[in-house]
Design a binder for this molecule. Sequence first.
Ligand code: AHG
Ligand code: MN
Ligand code: MN
Length: 336
Amino acid sequence: MQIGTTLTNFIIEEQRKLGGQASGEFTGLLNDIATACKAISNLVNKGDLIGILGVAGSENVMGDEQKKMDLISNDIFIEALENNGHCGGMASEEMEDIYELAEGKVRGKYLVVFDPLDGSSNMDINVNVGTIFSVLKAPEGVKNPTKEDFMQKGTEQVAAGYCVYGPSSMLVMTTGNGVTGFTLDQNVGEFILTHDDMKIPEDTKEFAINMSNRRFWEAPVREYIDNCVAGEEGPHGKRYNMRWVAAMVAEVHRILCRGGIFMYPLDERNRDKGGKLRLMYEGNPMSMIVEQAGGAASTGHGRIMEVEPTDLHQRVPVVMGSKNEVARVEEYYAKG
Ligand code: AHG
Ligand code: MN
Ligand code: MN
């Protein structure tokens, strides 16, 4: 598809390629999501001018302190999705239960699961934040989806993506046919195709992990990272660089642009919870993007997208990025 086309045109064209039978519901849904991302981008850009920094004074169901922008972004998503008849139900990191559409609202066949503001602690220091979304289909004939209807493996996603709010805002998404990146033209108010068929290099010399947790890690992770730090003299035989933005969206975006590996493994602090990052809001959508770009996404023991979800807010260990480096980490786990 041509560089310079709008996101809306791109989606319409993609749907047309599928045989011209599309009802427009999926196109409409992705448009709704893009609208939400534009609105969030606009607010994030204004920052302290409109008093949106700082905490909201509440915690989400997982015990994370909620920032004002976590709640505002969540509301923006609901508003964008519940009024257009494309979406049948929603689930978000910031809501304890699924969001059921109000009585009388037209129900669509798609379920949208999202992390409205990822890396929200970066808001107050004017560093990258993002939004992550995952699109599932409601089971055939279901008009009022329940929590159980959301319990689908990552492999069932029909679309996934993120929007990174950085020096520019970029929406990167997949519908299972490669990964495409769009840059927001703030003046025109459109996402414009700038990154066609994004691919993650298979090899890398760059890792991203919160090194301050080293003493809590399991032996395979400690051994892998120690061997990275050992550089040319170590068993990997290469000198690594390290990055940590503390926003998964920003880490994955960097990996899509130039390769790398991002890890948030199981450790002694998060073992009881099953990890730090959330399977439905973070693990699965980012895995779909990474795999579609030729990378790999693993728990350390197997594909993240094959984990059977049992809880909306379930957590998962995450190792994703350049294929050969993810495979290397899996080997460290395999030998224990
Ligand atoms: P969120 O702001 O949605 O809670 O997500 C933050 C996540 C993730 O994006 C990031 O990689 C990680 O938490 C940062 O963890 P540390 O606090 O250990 O740096
Ligand atoms: Mn997050
Ligand atoms: Mn979040």
